[in-house]
Design a protein around this ligand. Structure first.
Ligand code: PGA
Length: 260
């Protein structure tokens, strides 16, 4: 089976109101090219999700930012997997660094991942170190994040999970720079090793590993060449022109790969 590429937009806490969200989603649905090679997704704030997926339809699917680790209960402000799924989410961004920053632990991520799969959504598990130290301790952080996240997941489901490598130092407008393709490649190989250790080589090869952190239409090609199966852009996903150019680049790359 041919592996799919993904471009998954994380809108974070943007835009400021429903009208703007509708107009951004409308343009994005209209101009984003589609292809059998690439799955495109946008993850708006949850208050907009239901309306957008109902009213602004197109080839781009919708996903949810964050899924709670419990199925229901007294968790003010939180959204469960079944709620997100019933509001139209097909994907769930899990363990994003901006959630981890607010106290979400690897154990919580593990619960969220399990619930997301249970409700039939594709989890996008975000992993990444806060900084790169000289001694390579960041490898241990990635291992710990993946091992704990997958601890309650049957090995047969690993290939239903997308892993997004998002080095925290490369995310957002204050980021110094995106990671380099080599830095991505190094971690991609390491993630495959961790998954091989937990299951087997074949499974590790089949898990889609994507990149996020200041990804846009100007810098993604080297990542594709390094084996990224797609991207998780934040800011670039709020600009339909930029997002659609990214998708086009991924399609072109995937077509070339497919014809090799
Ligand atoms: P950015 O965000 O593309 O704006 O750096 C990426 C992310 O946090 O997923």
């Amino acid at each position: 089976m041919e592996k799919k590429y993904y471009v998954i937009g994380n809108w974070k806490m943007n835009p400021g109101n429903l009208n703007e969200a509708k107009s951004t989603a409308k343009t994005l649905q209209r101009i984003t090219p589609n292809s059998k090679y690439v799955e495109t997704v946008i993850c708006p704030p949850s208050v907009f999700l239901y309306t957008l997926q109902k009213e602004i339809k197109g080839k781009t699917k919708y996903g949810h930012q964050g899924i709670h680790y419990e199925a229901k209960g007294a968790f003010t402000t939180k959204i469960s997997a079944s709620m997100a799924a019933s509001a139209g989410a097909k994907f769930g961004i899990i363990g994003h660094s901006e959630e981890r920053r607010e106290g979400v632990t690897d154990e919580m991520v593990s619960g969220s991942l399990k619930n997301c799969l249970k409700e039939g959504m594709t989890p996008v598990l975000c992993v990444g170190e806060n900084e790169r130290d000289q001694n390579g301790f960041y490898f241990n952080i990635i291992r710990q994040q993946i091992e704990t996240a997958l601890s309650n997941i049957p090995k047969t489901r690993y290939t239903d999970i997308i892993i997004a490598y998002e080095p925290v130092w490369a995310i957002g407008k204050d980021a110094k720079r995106p990671a380099s393709a080599n830095e991505f490649l190094e971690i991609k190989i390491y993630i495959q090793k961790v998954i091989t250790d937990l299951s087997n080589r074949k499974t590790a090869d089949e898990v889609s590993i994507i990149y996020g952190g200041s990804a846009d239409d100007t810098n993604i090609l080297p990542f594709l060449e390094a084996g990224a199966m797609g991207f998780l852009p934040g800011r670039a996903s709020l600009e339909p022109e930029v997002f659609s150019k990214m998708v086009l680049e991924v399609i072109d790359f995937a077509k070339n790969e497919g014809s090799k």
